[in-house]
Write a protein that binds this ligand. Structure first.
Ligand code: PEP
Ligand code: MN
Length: 338
């Protein structure tokens, strides 16, 4: 449930409500807005209904939430969450372009990608060092050596780095280098991993699972936020459908739904959604039109030599023209892009 405080409620009154909620074993998450403070309460329904919250000083009203997610809901926080990473902002009208190769392969490949995306106006560099591959015989990523190459690219370009973590046992090493922790589609319901990244002070880019509903995706985000980490970026990367013309089906409706249902920023991944470089631009534009706060796109200096996802990667030489179109539309729909 949510406790909405009076505009004039004092900090002591807020603290009192929090203390009473915690007394019955529930947890309280305070969101301080410009005008009102809202306290999200999670706990045993019976214990909480027995608590006369409405009678407490400073309380305006108590709203029971039927949706299973609370902390990530718009009801809990009406203003957009803006996730800030080394000075780069995503959400709240600020558009972010995240781009780079699927996997980190070599120094030359990472540096060429980083320079191309920086030059084109991208805000962050992506690249996987720990890769979730369908085949155990496929390239699994360079591990820490890959993270070091990403860090070197960040040193040169200033671009924050987004990289995947698949296993709680790798969190220490990934956190030493990463600016944003990507949770991949296959791990969206790895609840132990979600809770672990929820206890860290690092933004999380949470991809939607291949067959997850929007509600399940938001519940996954709730796992992270519940542990205290509020810096979550949602990513729609296409879902499995009967359609085979594209690798997955980009669910633009889900982008619009997630923007309405949640205050978290939402980005679109047209590369994994389509599996085809010729569809990356049109679906990036569609994502922007649907309200996305950013895109995450794969690009490679030489896609035909890529060790993963070369078939869907934009050639780095074509990235500038792509980025110009996407950033132009983002500006046109009223987003800030620099
Ligand atoms: C990736 O970003 O390269 C990736 C593996 O993405 P997803 O988890 O969406 O398949
Ligand atoms: Mn990929």
């Amino acid at each position: 449930m949510m406790v909405i405080m009076h505009e004039s409620a004092t900090a002591e009154q807020v603290a009192h409500v929090v203390a009473r909620v915690e007394e019955v074993g529930a947890s309280a998450h305070v969101s301080t807005g410009e005008r009102v403070t809202v306290i999200g309460v999670i706990g045993d329904r019976e214990e909480l209904t027995a608590l006369p919250l409405e009678a407490m000083p400073g309380v305006e009203r108590v709203v029971a939430i039927l949706k299973p997610y609370k902390l990530v809901s718009r009801e809990f926080q009406s203003r957009d969450t803006v996730v800030e990473v080394r000075g780069v902002k995503v959400g709240g009208g600020q558009f972010a372009m995240i781009a780079g190769p699927c996997s980190v392969e070599t120094e030359e490949q990472v540096m060429a990608s980083a320079r191309a995306v920086k030059e084109a106006g991208a805000h962050m560099l992506r690249g996987g060092a720990f890769k979730p591959r369908t085949s155990p015989y496929a390239f699994q990523g360079l591990g820490e050596d890959g993270l070091k190459l990403l860090a070197a690219a960040r040193d040169e370009t200033g671009l924050p780095i987004v990289t995947e973590v698949m296993d709680p046992r790798d969190l220490d090493v990934v956190c030493r280098y990463a600016d944003v922790l990507q949770i991949g589609a296959r791990n969206m319901q790895n609840f132990l991993l979600l809770a672990e990244v929820g206890r860290l002070d690092k933004p999380v880019l949470l991809k939607r699972g291949l067959s997850a509903t929007v509600e399940e995706w938001l519940m996954a985000a709730e796992y992270v936020v519940k542990e205290g980490n509020r810096r979550v970026i949602l990513c729609e990367r296409g879902i499995r459908t009967f359609e085979t013309a594209t690798r997955n089906t980009l669910d633009l409706g889900a982008v619009a739904v997630a923007k309405l249902a949640s205050h978290l920023p939402v980005v679109v991944d047209p590369s994994h959604a389509t599996g085809r470089p010729d569809l990356v631009l049109p679906l990036s534009l569609a994502g922007v039109a649907a309200g996305a706060d950013g895109v995450i796109v794969e690009t490679h200096p030489n896609p035909e030599r890529a060790l993963s996802d070369g078939a869907q990667s934009l050639p780095a030489a074509a990235f500038g023209a792509y980025a110009a179109r996407v950033l132009e539309l983002a500006r046109w729909v009223g987003k800030r892009v620099d």
